[in-house]
Ligand binder design. Structure first.
Ligand code: LER
Ligand code: MN
Length: 270
């Protein structure tokens, strides 16, 4: 398993669970200084910066790119894949496909979190899940052209009412024959929803493709009450070799958070 840390450039997400919000040159330098293997990028959209510029920063600091988020499509542009308005759903999918291409050119997957939306009002749960599956089919194919997967993230109940558990996500992928879609095990969401985080990872088996390594309070691991040992054992048991990514609040400050998280990752993997 490899370490990653989040760099956000989205002003609307200034209070979100991302460690470094300063200009990218500083964020990359800080990630490298703390000894991370890679960065996870949260950008306003696919045109924020060129692929060449990101590759140059990665090469300069000897960092990989773990993944790119798509959440700005929701927090900045109000787009979701399950919006009742078909034109919004189309814009949402277009945004995601552009982020898949952006990430794909960097050799990394894109993540679907908040842009999955919610069901309610005129939209039934079944209808929303059908729209989501149709979009995931297209996204999985588009990602496959770049030789990467597309990452779907079950969220806690306060952020979506679609899929809140890893096992539900695994069943949804299988029932809908979704190819090239992997699940994101965000330990913060799982702490709220799962009865046993490690067992949930074991039950989801091969489907986990990315991990947000957050403690129970969404601070750096070691600052809450999640026991990471059985979770790491479960990830090893299912053959997970991907990233443990610091999608956490920058508390008490970004530098101390980054230091605590890499210490926790190293200890957990030792
Ligand atoms: C995104 O990775 C996530 O975990 C969400 O909680 C952001 O809204
Ligand atoms: Mn997450």
């Amino acid at each position: 398993m490899k370490s990653a840390i989040t760099l956000s450039q989205v002003p609307e997400a200034a209070a979100g669970p991302f460690v470094f919000h300063e200009p990218l040159t500083e964020g990359f330098a800080s990630a490298a200084k703390h000894g991370y293997d890679s960065v996870e990028l949260f950008f306003p959209g696919p045109d924020f910066i060129t692929v060449d510029e990101v590759n140059a920063l990665a090469a300069e600091h000897d960092l990989g790119i773990a993944a790119v988020g798509t959440g700005a499509g929701m927090v900045k542009h109000g787009l979701s894949l399950t919006d009742p308005d078909p034109s919004i759903r189309k814009k949402a999918l277009d945004f995601i496909l552009q982020m898949i291409d952006f990430g794909g050119q960097l050799g990394c997957p894109a993540i679907l979190g908040s842009m999955q939306g919610k069901w309610g009002g005129d939209v039934s749960r079944g209808q929303a899940l059908q729209w989501l599956a149709e979009a995931l089919k297209v996204a999985g194919e588009a990602a496959g052209k770049h030789g990467v997967a597309f990452i779907y993230e079950p969220l806690n109940r306060y952020e979506t009412n679609l899929i809140n558990h890893l096992a539900e996500g695994a069943k949804y992928i299988e029932d809908n024959n979704l190819e090239n879609i992997v699940l994101l095990a965000d330990l913060f969401h799982m702490n709220i929803e799962e009865s046993d985080i490690a067992q949930a990872i074991i039950d989801a088996g091969k489907h986990t493709g990315h991990v947000h390594f957050a403690d129970s309070n969404r601070n750096a691991m070691g600052m809450g009450h999640t026991d990471s040992a059985p979770i790491i054992a479960a990830l090893k048991q299912v053959g997970y070799t991907g990233y443990l990514s610091a999608e956490v609040f920058p508390k008490p400050d970004a530098q101390a958070c980054a230091a605590q998280e890499i210490k926790a990752i190293k200890e957990a993997l030792a």
